[in-house]
Design a protein around this ligand. Structure first.
Ligand SMILES: Nc1ncnc2c1ncn2[C@@H]1O[C@H](COP(=O)(O)OP(=O)(O)OP(=O)(O)O)[C@@H](O)[C@H]1O
Ligand SMILES: O=P(O)(O)OC[C@H]1O[C@H](OP(=O)(O)OP(=O)(O)O)[C@H](O)[C@@H]1O
Ligand SMILES: [Mg+2]
Length: 282
């Protein structure tokens, strides 16, 4: 039985549950459920606070869990990253009152507020910078400067909207680029079911990166069309009833879909259709 920890709240919770559901696992319908058995898949899900997940995995009380790379690093847990999951992408940055600091060295002797004290202290120590204090806050860290408990903050930045609204500005290099990750203990035997979970998650993640493109093209242009959509191994080319035309099917990277459709249309392809892929094994 594979024991899997899933974030019960916050920005990781819904996308983690969606990913597992798409990968064929049973997921809770009611946010008050804390444990959910999935006997068909020989798995059991534990809905835990995202910050605690690396702790449970590190202690070996659950086999794997979904958390943020930033939370994993801040936990000091012996858990390690097994698979990046591509959602909840963010950077972790220093920021202060706009127009006052440009260089990380200026943090020396200043008070830094953060929800990630281990991450921040490690980063500064490795660079020989000594803040006067690291103030640990639970959230809304951007307000700490205005309220006078810190001179600098270090926090998660996605779009930068929260920082701008607080009159703050990033400075220095990012401490880290984070995203949701599947974590496990790498110093223990691979638990039963982890290979299947990994393959299924990778299948969904890959499927999200591609679309399936179908189009008709005059047979004289098939070679040129195939050069635009080479697919993974090679595209499927089928005969049409009208033998002057062929039908082509190929996987295309999602972000290239419109560029590829434009190129195919310009070439003379018609009836160009795009379909989402829900899961795959490549
Ligand atoms: N705006 C955001 N964009 C992307 N990732 C985010 C964002 N805010 C938090 N995260 C990520 O979510 C994880 C933290 O989850 P956690 O539940 O502790 O905080 P949260 O998502 O901010 O929820 P809340 O503040 O409601 O408690 C971290 O991995 C962090 O990088
Ligand atoms: O760059 P942005 O797109 O603005 O996103 C970043 C903000 O989102 C999160 O805050 P959240 O809303 O979770 O509140 P919190 O600070 O209380 O955790 C994070 O802590 C940042 O404050
Ligand atoms: Mg938050």
């Amino acid at each position: 039985m594979l024991r899997i920890a899933v974030p019960n709240k916050g920005s990781l919770s819904e996308p983690a549950t969606d990913l597992l559901r798409e990968a064929g696992y049973r997921q809770r319908r009611d946010a008050r459920e804390l444990v959910l058995p999935d006997p068909d898949n020989d798995a059991e899900f534990f809905f835990l606070r995202p910050r605690d997940i690396a702790v449970y995995v590190g202690a070996g009380t659950v086999d794997v869990g979904i958390t943020g790379r930033d939370l994993l690093l801040d936990s000091s847990s012996p858990a390690t990253e097994h698979l990046p999951l591509g959602f909840a992408r963010s950077t972790f940055r220093f920021a202060t009152t706009a127009g006052t600091m440009t260089d990380l060295a200026q943090v020396d002797g200043q008070r830094v507020a953060t929800s990630y004290p281990v991450l921040v202290e490690t980063h500064l120590r490795e660079r020989g910078i000594t803040p006067s204090a690291v103030v640990r806050l639970d959230g809304a860290v951007e307000t700490a400067i205005r309220l006078g408990v810190a001179d600098v903050i270090a926090d998660v930045v996605e779009t930068g909207t929260t920082l701008r609204a607080a009159g703050l500005e990033i400075f220095g290099e990012p401490l880290l680029r984070s995203e949701a990750v599947l974590v496990r203990r790498s110093d223990v035997d691979v638990p039963a079911g982890l290979d299947v979970l990994t393959r299924r998650l990778q299948g969904v993640l890959t499927a999200r990166q591609y679309v399936l493109l179908d189009y008709d093209v005059p047979t004289s242009l098939v070679e040129q069309a195939v050069a635009i959509t080479p697919g993974l191994e090679s595209p499927t080319v089928s005969a049409l009833h009208n033998n002057e035309w062929a039908a082509v099917r190929a996987m295309v990277r999602r972000e290239e879909t419109n560029r590829v459709m434009d190129a195919l249309y310009d070439l003379g392809a018609r009836a160009i259709l795009v379909t989402s892929i829900h899961a795959c094994r490549l």
